[in-house]
Ligand binder design. Structure first.
Ligand code: CAA
Length: 384
């Protein structure tokens, strides 16, 4: 077992951290306050190849290994989870789905543009009545001529309002069930496809979240990704990658909490001593550090399996569950260390807390991760 990052991975971390500190951190608070999507940052990340993920170079990707991918999410997540979320959806969900399930034509058409940031993608699974129970989606795809007509609504779709292409999951038959689900690539501007931005979120306020509507929206047959009936497997396998990105982003939040908490505990004096000298403050810092180390190792273990092409649903869910809950704990303690200052946006820790919370909800709640883990360990399904 080798716990060392190789030179390329270490250099990548140094480069991404420098970029994040110079280009993302300075405007993170303002973008959060104004709920402003920082498209200029996405363009700059694209120029550095950070949107290319593990996609091979022949499709315009960066051919990173999965640990490198995690390092990028960590460093961007340490600066701003809104940006990390935008990146995660683009790289881990949309690009991975098209790379894994698209035909040659679809890969050539979309991947180079996605990897270069020329277009943005979104992943449209969740519906108003289908969150954790993803099989129960009601968006319907009806065959018509050589194509399909989509009708339905999606909600809480990251990048939904800025996406040029959406991976849309829909039922193809009235009987329901996961074997009738199919995935479609629907382009912005397709008649009948509209989006409406959702404002007022607790956190991730600089990320774009939208509801999508499909009304008699016709897409040609070549919009179908994979085959009819593969849609649910496409969604679930995509989430194995999406959850990995979320977990790595949470490691970044915890690292940010350790850095901010340590800095403040050294500087802030009460009772004529730095507050870092008090045992109860050291208790909070040390718990954060333990969570940081554990979360990072869990993420890298899942990445190690992904690098080998080995099954990793269990390990990814363990990492996502632990890292997201740990990020909330760490951010809560980081606010506590900062006292009343931590309760204001003078410091980044209150944003860390608000941003961390959603990681225990989106891409599968902590409760769903525990049921996935439970099923793997017990061999007993919770739902039937
Ligand atoms: N990889 C590949 N296939 C998988 C899989 C995986 N990880 N997990 C399940 N499958 C396959 C199963 O093998 C099964 O196929 P077969 O019948 O052919 O064997 C099929 O999918 C159905 O599996 P289940 O019976 O286990 O499905 P279920 O209805 O019991 O649901 C669940 C399981 C884990 C609860 C799932 O519904 C789930 O993950 N729910 C949470 C959904 C979620 O994470 N939503 C977030 C959406 S994205 C988002 O948050 C917003 C955004 O913008 C990013």
């Amino acid at each position: 077992m080798d716990f060392e990052l190789n030179n390329t991975q270490q250099e990548l971390r140094t480069m991404v951290r420098k970029f994040a500190e110079e280009e993302i951190t300075p405007t993170a608070r303002e973008n959060d306050v104004k709920e402003r999507f920082p498209s200029e940052i996405i363009r700059k990340m694209a120029a550095l190849g950070l949107l290319g993920g593990t996609v091979p170079k022949e499709f315009g990707g960066s051919a990173f290994d999965w640990i490198s991918d995690a390092i990028i999410f960590e460093e961007i997540g340490r600066a701003c989870s809104s940006v990390r979320t935008t990146l995660s959806v683009q790289v881990s969900l949309v690009e991975q789905v098209i790379f894994g399930w698209g035909n040659e034509e679809q890969k050539q058409k979309y991947l180079p543009q996605l990897c270069k940031g020329e277009i943005i993608g979104c992943f449209a699974l969740t519906e108003p009545e289908a969150g954790s129970d993803a099989v129960s989606i009601k968006t319907l795809a009806r065959p018509k001529g050589d194509g399909w007509v989509l009708n339905g609504a999606k909600t809480w779709i990251t990048n939904g309002g800025v996406a040029d292409v959406a991976v849309v999951f829909a039922q193809t038959g009235p009987s329901g069930g996961h074997k009738g689900i199919a995935a479609f690539l629907v382009e912005k501007g397709t008649p009948g496809f509209t989006s409406m931005e959702i404002k007022g979120k607790l956190g991730l306020r600089a990320s774009n979240t939208a509801g999508l509507s499909f009304k008699e929206c016709f897409v040609a047959g070549d919009a179908l990704l994979g085959t009819v009936g593969e849609g649910f497997t496409i969604a679930m396998s995509a989430l194995d990658n999406g959850r990995y990105g979320v977990a790595a982003g949470c490691v970044g939040i915890i690292q940010g909490c350790v850095d901010a908490g340590t800095r403040y505990a050294r500087e802030r004096k009460q009772f004529n001593r730095p507050i870092g000298s008090f045992q109860l403050v050291q208790d909070m810092i040390s718990r954060m550090v333990v969570d940081l180390e554990a979360a990072r190792l869990l993420v890298y273990r899942a990445g190690y399996l992904k690098n080998r092409g080995a099954p990793n649903t269990l390990e990814t869910s363990v990492a996502k569950y632990f890292a997201s809950e740990a990020a909330v704990r760490a951010a809560n303690d980081a606010v506590q260390i900062h006292g009343a200052y931590g309760y204001s946006n003078a410091y980044p820790v209150e944003r860390y807390l608000r941003d961390a919370k959603v990681a225990t909800i989106y891409e599968g709640t902590s409760q769903i991760q525990k049921l996935i883990i439970g099923e793997h360990v017990l061999g007993i399904r919770a739902f039937t």
